[in-house]
Design a protein. Structure first.
Length: 173
């Protein structure tokens, strides 16, 4: 049989080992909780800031696009309105001019005389009367025109003849 082992009684000064370990565990747990909470708070703050920045950016872009669209629409409408007014003024001017010319022609044709010139203005020297200009020539002018055509056929009005030497030299070439 083996010999019995003597038991040694050891005493420690200070706190028992279980209490030292309990305090360290509490500190470590507190540090982990604080780090976890700080991480969660940091992540939440970053996400909120990114969301707010995204919303602000989207709002700014939408507002700028809306303003640009409104400005473009206003410019196009103003340009179209100005072009329409100019076109109407030109058309009214052309129509008024044509009406004035037609009225003057009708007055001259129907009235058979030139309108009176205002004081200080001269009446044109040549002013054809439209009904006479469009009417057929009276028969009394026909013999005069025939005589004129006959006179133009007279040998004195004929073109000069070329000498034979000029025509033969051209043919030789």
């Amino acid at each position: 049989m083996p010999e019995p082992t003597p038991v040694v009684n050891v005493t420690c000064d200070g706190a028992p080992p279980e209490q030292v370990h309990d305090g360290t565990v509490v500190v470590v747990v507190l540090v982990v909780v604080v780090v976890d909470v700080a991480t969660v708070v940091l992540v939440v703050v970053v996400v909120v800031l990114l969301d707010v920045a995204t919303v602000v950016l989207v709002v700014v872009v939408v507002v700028l696009l809306d303003v640009a669209t409104v400005v473009l629409v206003v410019v196009v409408v103003v340009l179209l309105d100005v072009a329409t007014v100019v076109l109407v003024v030109v058309v009214v001017g052309v129509v008024a001019t044509v009406l004035v010319v037609v009225v003057v022609v009708v007055v001259v044709v129907v009235g058979g005389h030139e309108p009176e010139a205002p004081p200080g203005h001269r009446v044109p020297i040549i002013s054809p009367q439209l009904p006479q200009a469009l009417a057929p020539l009276p028969q009394s002018h026909v013999p005069a025109l025939q005589a004129l055509m006959t006179a133009l056929k007279h040998p004195d009005f004929a073109p000069p003849e070329r000498p034979e030497s000029a025509t033969s030299s051209l043919q030789a070439v």
